[in-house]
Ligand binder design. Structure first.
Ligand SMILES: [Zn+2]
Length: 337
């Protein structure tokens, strides 16, 4: 079950419930959390807007384009390109995992009020994606990773499902930037020059970052370019910068590790002489503890903590996409070299 806006956009947005076969059982369970919360305020259908707490409800700017972004990487990107010209809100907070993100009531409100929604796509947003799909009849929804310019990698562990973690190839994130810029211009032509100028500066920074990552990785001897992570988020990084990447589980943290996964990984670590394994900030402690277990059993060490599906806290180095990639690259190079 998901919350769906039942009437055209108005100040008093109304919601009803619909069932959808596309939302998996787990997704339904999460959405029911939204519904049970709403149930305290709703009898049948009533205005959700009145249920949002004062702390969560900041009125959208009346005179600016209202943009809502899903992950922290995309929020950073769109805020950088939009500057003050648009009202850009991010849904996920630092450290939150998009694969298993629990939709909050205020997210539904934000999405329903948006004129432009910018997301990753390729099923990264899972439950939130379903909420966006059913609450944006009048808004433009842009899925940055879903474009012919990006060739999705397929995952064997998920029977060929596309890998959504395209942002770890900086050249692909450059395409994200171009698409976000074009979406902003299409939705708000009056500020087109501002979006174009800011995007040009940012794209230049991405090109410099891409060159820097290549030179850093090139300093690691080829035979040592093997890394192991918690979940399989770094295949685009590995393909772009020539590192073999293995993980405890596949491309979604919804998966559970099986004993045979750990045995397989231990064998790889021993055979390839892997020096260091990496834990991640946005996955569960349980999953990270499995990485530590594999490292201990196979005589390797933990090389550090990587930011995979979420940025770090604002104000820290990893609080921006540029800083996150620099942090990850330095951590990987230091451990492997
Ligand atoms: Zn992921």
């Amino acid at each position: 079950m998901v919350l769906v806006r039942s009437r055209p956009r108005s100040f008093s947005v109304r919601y009803t419930l619909i069932s959808t076969a596309r939302v998996a059982a787990r997704s339904r369970e999460r959405s029911m959390k939204v519904l049970s919360w709403s149930g305290r305020c709703l009898v049948g259908a009533m205005a959700l807007a009145t249920c949002v707490s004062a702390a969560e409800a900041t009125a959208p700017a009346a005179d600016k384009l209202r943009v809502v972004c899903t992950t922290t990487m995309i929020t950073d990107l769109v805020k950088t390109i939009a500057g003050d010209a648009a009202d850009v809100r991010g849904i996920m907070r630092p450290g939150e995992d998009p694969h298993v993100y629990d939709v909050r009531p205020r997210d539904v409100q934000l999405v329903a009020d948006a004129q432009l929604v910018v997301m990753n796509g390729l099923h990264l947003e899972a439950t939130l994606g379903a909420v966006i799909k059913h609450n944006t009849p009048d808004a433009t929804v842009v899925k940055l990773a879903e474009t012919p310019e990006i060739t999705p990698l397929a995952s064997e562990q998920t029977k060929g499902a596309p890998d959504p973690h395209c942002w770890f190839n900086v050249q692909y994130f450059r395409i994200y930037a171009q698409r976000a810029r074009d979406a902003l211009i299409a939705a708000d032509a009056a500020n087109g020059d501002a979006y174009r100028d800011r995007a040009a500066i940012y794209i230049k920074q991405l090109d410099e970052l891409d060159a820097w990552v290549r030179s850093e990785i090139a300093s690691v001897p080829v035979e040592r370019r093997v890394m192991v992570t918690s979940h399989d988020a770094f295949q685009y990084f590995g393909k772009a910068y020539q590192i073999d990447v293995y993980a405890v589980i596949g491309i979604s943290t919804e998966q559970q590790a099986k004993p045979r996964d750990l045995v397989r990984l231990e064998a790889i670590v021993r055979e390839r002489g892997v020096k260091a394994l990496f834990v991640e900030t946005s996955v569960s402690n349980t999953l990270n503890s499995l990485v530590k277990k594999v490292a201990a059993r196979s005589g390797a060490s933990i090389g550090g903590t990587l930011y995979s599906d979420s940025l770090g806290a604002p104000g820290t180095e990893a609080g921006t996409y540029l800083g996150m990639v620099r942090h990850n690259t330095r951590t990987i190079v230091k451990a492997l070299r």
